[in-house]
Write a protein that binds this ligand. Structure first.
Ligand SMILES: Nc1nc2c(ncn2[C@@H]2O[C@H](COP(=O)(O)OP(=O)(O)OP(=O)(O)O)[C@@H](O)[C@H]2O)c(=O)[nH]1
Ligand SMILES: [Mg+2]
Length: 664
């Protein structure tokens, strides 16, 4: 199992580990006032915020709990126009502090914010019922009941509701205790174990340079380390190796910042305009930015039906990007249900498997749902059950099922064992174990490891081996004289001319099994018998040499055996192979003529026959200066080829049909 414990590992001086608390709640429900009452810090820093009396940007403060734990507090705006900023703040938090004003009760952004928190997978939190100083006790009770009713519709039915006043300080002690309890209950979040931080602010400090801030999601960073800023803002703006000069956590310099902490990084050699909110600071990025992501998405019960293709806003980390959302296996998605979908972004996004995001409509701009990334760099695809089935394997399958899928998809290429074991798709699994299961001798639909340490999907490779096998047998059948194929020919027949590593492996397998033979002419099926190679080919040339100028008195197999110093069986094998190659023709028992020689002999006979009208055996014998035996064999050959007709003791030409010629 890839350890996600690193998120909480190596706690800093705060000993209890770093947690981030995010506020949530409708506009004017007292979030900022409460944060100030708890921490002493006014997080509404902007002039516009002061003037309008509302929060716009994220605010940050540090809260020391009585038990010693330090919480990083992110205060978010409640205005419906700033939900995007709220999502940026809520991303990466560990627990929430939802405020509901006792004089107002549950309002639209009370619901929307808590839905967002739910969709982001935040485990727990506390509700503060604020402004109790402004209402009577009965109102407090009514408001509390209202909140409880709402909580019942969420996964947070059991979180405590603490009545407080940010103005008088009433109830704050109880609130701190409730936060303490909630903090202790925070379980390790299952986030991808990559060291990364979504950038929420960028500024320049005189004499120091560019500073970026954010909440570190996992892992640890130390000064002097090199990080990448992703996705690049353009082709000319790639910053893959940026050095961290120094780090601060809540305005204090530190030698190490860890997951869950509020972090400010001073980056060297980077102008302020070269980095912006929405980008990520990543150490050794294992996943690359992509225009596509496949995800499981969930539609809120309050949302309307989602059509198969729709345009949406996707809020992920601190980035908001427009996207086309394409349902993977259905025409429409009903409110309250979930399905797989492909997101096609208009800008590059950097998503890791398991990442949560929020989906908002274009008009009206309301939260409609959220999702979890299943494949951060899929191929572009439309709607069809097979896409959903593939995603189900990646999301819910056992490690070996995922590894098998990756091998199948990589085919006809192999994956190195190391790469497969560390695949981002196996982040929730033990990659080594998954691969070992596939390589076990009794594995069903397992993997094959090559000598070079590459892994192939076994059944795909089997199928290719079978294709290669039948390609060679077909070649041997079609052209017995030339059963050979070069690697290049095989490639163009089976792989469209491409370099397929699997094709080389398939050939190696068949060579090792002695089903294929490699010769000077290329590769051939071992079943292609009678072909002449090597020493046999040399002997055949010697035999042909003797036969070429022999006229009617062609050497017999026995004669040739003497010349070649081979036995009769071997000589006949040679002659049969030459016959298959079309170089010699069998004319009688043990009598073979070289092809061109035979053509000459037969035309001599045919011409004589034409002149004389007919011809006898004795005349042929004399004409060719040979013996009866050879003359007879030649005439019988002509008979059987349908060139001549027997008339008593003589032969004459058969009337030729159109298109027929004289030939061997
Ligand atoms: N009487 C009383 N007034 C409060 C209390 N909390 C906040 N207020 C007042 O309510 C108004 C809004 O408070 P804020 O803390 O700015 O509310 P907010 O939730 O941060 O608002 P946004 O960030 O804009 O969503 C201010 O005038 C506060 O003084 C409280 O507990 N009692
Ligand atoms: Mg505020």
């Amino acid at each position: 199992m890839v350890s996600t414990a690193s998120r909480r590992a190596a706690p800093g001086p705060a000993a209890l580990g770093s947690l981030t608390l995010g506020t949530a709640g409708h506009i004017d429900h007292g979030k900022t006032t409460l944060v100030r009452a708890l921490t002493g810090r006014d997080t509404d820093r902007l002039k516009e915020e002061k003037e309008r009396g509302i929060s716009i940007e994220l605010g940050f403060a540090e809260l020391a709990l009585p038990g010693g734990r330090l919480l990083s507090v992110v205060d978010v705006p409640g205005h419906e126009r700033f939900v995007r900023n709220m999502v940026s703040g809520a991303t990466g938090i560990d627990l929430f502090l939802l405020t509901v004003a006792a004089d107002d009760g549950v309002m639209p952004q009370t619901r929307e914010h808590l839905r967002i928190i739910e969709l982001l997978g935040i485990g727990t939190g506390v509700v503060a019922l604020t402004k109790i100083d402004a209402v009577d006790e009965e109102m407090v009770e009514l408001a509390e009941a209202d909140v409880r009713d709402f909580l019942e519709t969420t996964r947070y039915a059991d979180v405590p509701i603490v009545p407080v006043s940010g103005v008088t300080g009433q109830g704050l002690d109880r609130l701190l205790v409730a936060l303490e309890v909630a903090g202790d209950a925070v379980s390790v979040r299952s986030v991808y174990p990559a060291v990364r931080m979504p950038v929420d602010r960028v500024f320049t400090l005189r004499g120091i340079g560019t500073v970026v801030t954010g909440t570190l999601w996992a892992g640890a960073v130390t000064p002097d380390e090199v990080v990448a800023i992703l996705p690049a803002l353009g082709p000319a703006a790639e910053h893959e190796e940026v050095r961290i000069r120094s780090i601060q956590v809540h305005d204090r310099p530190v030698e190490e910042a860890v997951g869950g902490q509020r972090v400010a990084l001073n980056l060297t050699g980077l102008e302020r305009r070269e980095v912006r909110r929405g980008q990520w600071v990543v150490k050794t990025p294992q996943v690359r930015p992509s225009y596509l992501a496949d995800a499981r998405i969930t539609l809120l019960t309050e949302a309307s039906v989602l059509e198969r293709v729709s345009r949406v806003r996707v809020d992920h980390g601190t980035q908001e990007v427009l996207a086309k959302l394409v349902l993977a296996d259905r025409e429409r998605l009903e409110p309250g249900s979930s399905a797989y979908a492909q997101l096609r972004f208009e800008e590059l996004a950097l998503m890791y498997p398991g990442d949560r995001f929020i989906i908002r409509g274009l008009t009206p701009v309301t939260t409609v749902g959220g999702g979890v990334v299943v494949d951060p760099s899929p191929h572009k695809h439309g709607t069809g059950t097979r896409f959903a089935e593939r995603l189900a394997v990646l999301e819910e399958g056992a490690g070996e099922a995922i590894a098998r899928l990756l091998l199948e998809e990589a085919f006809p290429h192999s994956l190195s064992r190391r790469v497969l074991e560390h695949s981002p798709y196996l982040w929730k699994h033990d990659g080594r174990k998954a691969v070992a299961v596939l390589l076990a001798p009794d594995a069903e639909d397992g993997a094959v490891e090559t000598e070079q340490g590459g892994l192939f999907h076994a059944s795909s490779l089997d199928a290719l081996v079978e294709q290669v096998r039948s390609t060679f047998s077909a070649q041997a059948q079609v052209d017995a004289a030339n059963p050979y194929l070069s690697m290049g020919e095989l490639r163009s027949r089976l792989a469209g001319g491409k370099e397929w590593p699997a094709l080389d492996t398939a050939v190696q397998i068949l060579l090792a099994a002695e089903e294929l033979v490699r010769s000077e002419h290329g590769l051939r099926s071992a079943e292609a018998t009678g072909v002449l190679e090597g020493e046999e080919a040399r002997l055949a040339e010697v035999a042909l040499d003797r036969m070429v100028g022999a006229g009617a008195n062609t050497p017999t197999a026995a004669d040739l055996g003497v010349t070649l110093q081979t036995n009769e069986v071997a000589t006949l094998r040679l002659l049969k192979a030459l016959e298959r190659n079309g170089r010699v023709t069998r004319v009688g028992e043990d009598l073979y003529y070289e092809h061109d020689n035979l053509v000459d002999l037969l035309s001599t006979i045919a011409e004589a026959m034409q002149e004389r009208g007919q011809i006898t055996l004795a005349e042929v014998r004399d004409l060719l200066g040979t013996t009866r035996r050879y003359a007879q064999a030649l005439l019988e050959h002509m008979d059987s080829e349908g060139m001549t007709l027997r008339v008593g003791d003589a032969r004459r030409m058969r009337r030729r049909k159109r298109g027929e010629g004289v030939g061997a």
